[in-house]
Ligand binder design. Sequence first.
Ligand code: FE2
Length: 353
Amino acid sequence: MIFRQLYDAQSSTYTYLLGCPESREAILIDPVYEQFNRDAALLRELGLRVRYTLDTHVHADHVTAAWKLKQNLGADIALSARYAIPEVDIALGDGDVLSFGNHSVTALHTPGHTVGCMCFVTRDRDRVFTGDALLIRAAGRTDFQGGDVHSMWRSIREVLFALPDTCLVYPGHDYNGRTVSTIGEEKRFNPRIGGDAREEDFVGYMNNLGLPHPRLLDIAVPANLHCGKPAFDAAAPEPAWAPIVTSFAGVPELEPDWIARHLDDVMLLDVRTPAEFNGDLGHVDSATLIPLDELRDRLEEVPRDKPVTVICQSGKRSAMAVQILQKAGVERVANSSGGMLQWVRLGLPHRTR
Ligand SMILES: [Fe+2]
């Protein structure tokens, strides 16, 4: 199985990508709205089609990307039936199975943090995605959103701790840089609910956490009750000047044939050396040459009133140039995908010696 653990630093949220190497079908667990471009780029680069998004629960600390992934990539939205949310495509009950190619996950009803919390366990029971139920050496808070500490006790002790000891535990969050644990490890070492803990010990611990309310509570919960659908659809802040695709590395890229058709409207900045500019690959007639090494000192030569596209030999140095220009406040900037090598390969107009 293809597996990636992704991280949103703002909310300390883990998003999980699971994919089938044969069918190329994938699922995303707990995707974050602001990370849509990152996740879409990873799916594209790995050649995967996202079939479902699964949220472990209605989150209070970040907005889900479920709706955005549905709108843009056609992923069906799966969430516990307990929340009765109309935007949900697949209202999950305990034991429901979601397949992606030759793989699947089973939903486990594990209330406590909220009434509708679910964990997702892989078919081989070798990985469980625990959301905000069982955390690494901790457990999700139970003091708001219909939380209930006694339900949490039962969910962890009776449902999650019944999984094999070797089953890897992937939580929804970690605030201390821990990425993975196992059921056996948490049974022994979880300071809230592991070892010899009894229900009254757990209740006493959880009722005295004294946590502040999440910063985004008032924004995240209402948005997540509509699967992350923005209140104002029209306010899509995507770069509109060109069909930009942002890579998983975070670089805005354009196909060279688009640039070739729009050379009157954009600046084409070539950041190779003069020797390369006048060398075998040649250069585009209207290109402006500023070698990468000089770019930081010659920023005033880059216009602010038209978009900038950047090219080099293979697209690597120009990606660095894009970052330099972005840092300098150039907002409309993109990398020419594949550089001059791709430009020439596509037979686009250029001049050689
Ligand atoms: Fe949560």
